[in-house]
Design a protein around this ligand. Structure first.
Ligand SMILES: C[S@@+](CC[C@H](N)C(=O)[O-])C[C@H]1O[C@@H](n2cnc3c(N)ncnc32)[C@H](O)[C@@H]1O
Length: 255
C-alpha cells in the first residue's frame, strides 16, 4: 500500500473510532460531554496527572502530536502553556475545537501528519504524543520529526503500549480485546525496543504505567469477574513484582 493510502486509512479509522467516545452519555460537544470524558480518562489513567505536571509548562510552547479531542491539551492550556495540537482526524479536531471553546481557552489546532510536520526546527519547548506512535505508519519518522521541532534542551513526553504487559497477557488468555487493536498501524513495544528508538534523545526515562482499574464500559459476568476478582487481586500484588508489566510505557526524553 502507498504512503498516501496508508494515511487515508489511518484518518478514516480515527474519524470513526475516536478514543473512549462511547463512555460519554451527555450530548456530543456539550460541556458535560467533555467533563465525562476527562473524568473517565483520569480515572483510567490516574498515573497521568501524577507523572505529567500539566500546570508545569506555563509560558512554554507545547505541541501535542495526535491530540485527538484535546482532553490533555486543554489541561496543558489551562496550566498556561501556549498549545498547538495536530491530528490526522478532522472529526477529532472538530471536537477538540469545541472542547477548547467550552473551556474558553485558545489553541492552534491543525490537521497535519506527525511524520511530516509543517513546523520549523526547534519550534517547541515540549512535544507530547500520548498513544500515537503505536498507530502511525512509521514511528521512527514521527520520532525524527518530534526531535526536529523540539528546541535543544526541550522535552518529549511519549507513550506507547508495552508488549509484555498484564493487559497483553489477559488478551491472550481471555476474550478481552486490546484497545484499537484493529486500527491501522497498531503495534506494541518492549521497553528495550522503545529505548532503542530514542537514541537521538538524552536523559531517556521509560516508566511502565497503567495498571488494572475497574471497567465502566462493559457489563455482564466477564466484567464482574474482571472488576471483582482480577483488579483487586492484581493491585494487591507487591509493586516490585508487577511494575514492569504496566500497559503504558511513558517516556520522558530531552533533546
Ligand atoms: C489512540 S488516539 C490518541 C488520542 C489522544 N492522544 C489521547 O491520548 O486520547 C490516536 C490518535 O493519533 C492520531 N494519529 C495517528 N497517526 C497520526 C499521524 N501520523 N499524525 C497525526 N496524528 C496521528 C489519530 O488520528 C488519533 O486521533
Amino acid at each position: 500500500m502507498s504512503e498516501a493510502v496508508n494515511l487515508l486509512a489511518i484518518r478514516a479509522y480515527w474519524n470513526t473510532h475516536i478514543h473512549d467516545l462511547d463512555i460519554a452519555t451527555a450530548p456530543a460537544g456539550s460541556a458535560e460531554f467533555f467533563s465525562q470524558l476527562a473524568a473517565y480518562r483520569y480515572n483510567k489513567l490516574h498515573y497521568l496527572p501524577r507523572l505529567v505536571n500539566f500546570d508545569g509548562f506555563a509560558g512554554q510552547r507545547l505541541l501535542e502530536v495526535g491530540c485527538g479531542i484535546g482532553i490533555d491539551l486543554v489541561r496543558f492550556a489551562a496550566g498556561g502553556a501556549h498549545v498547538t495540537g495536530i491530528d490526522l482526524s478532522e472529526t477529532a479536531l472538530d471536537l477538540a475545537r469545541t472542547n477548547f471553546a467550552q473551556h474558553e481557552l485558545s489553541a492552534e489546532l491543525e490537521q497535519m501528519n506527525g511524520e511530516a510536520m509543517a513546523f520549523h526546527d526547534d519550534q517547541f519547548d515540549v512535544v507530547y504524543a500520548h498513544g500515537v506512535l503505536q498507530y502511525t505508519i512509521d514511528p521512527r519518522r514521527m520520532l525524527a520529526e518530534i526531535h526536529r521541532v523540539l528546541r535543544p534542551g526541550g522535552q518529549a513526553i511519549l507513550m506507547v503500549y508495552n508488549k509484555y504487559s498484564w493487559l497483553s497477557a489477559l488478551a491472550i488468555i481471555t476474550p478481552a480485546d486490546l484497545e484499537h487493536v484493529d486500527a491501522p498501524g497498531f503495534a506494541t513495544y518492549s521497553s528495550r525496543n522503545f529505548r532503542s528508538m530514542l537514541t537521538a534523545f538524552s536523559n531517556v526515562n521509560i516508566i511502565p504505567e497503567r495498571f488494572p482499574v475497574k471497567t465502566q464500559l462493559h457489563g455482564g459476568l466477564q466484567a464482574r469477574l474482571y472488576n471483582d476478582l482480577f483488579v483487586g487481586t492484581f493491585n494487591a500484588l507487591p509493586q516490585p513484582l508487577v511494575r514492569w508489566s504496566g500497559w503504558h510505557l511513558m517516556a520522558f526524553a530531552d533533546k
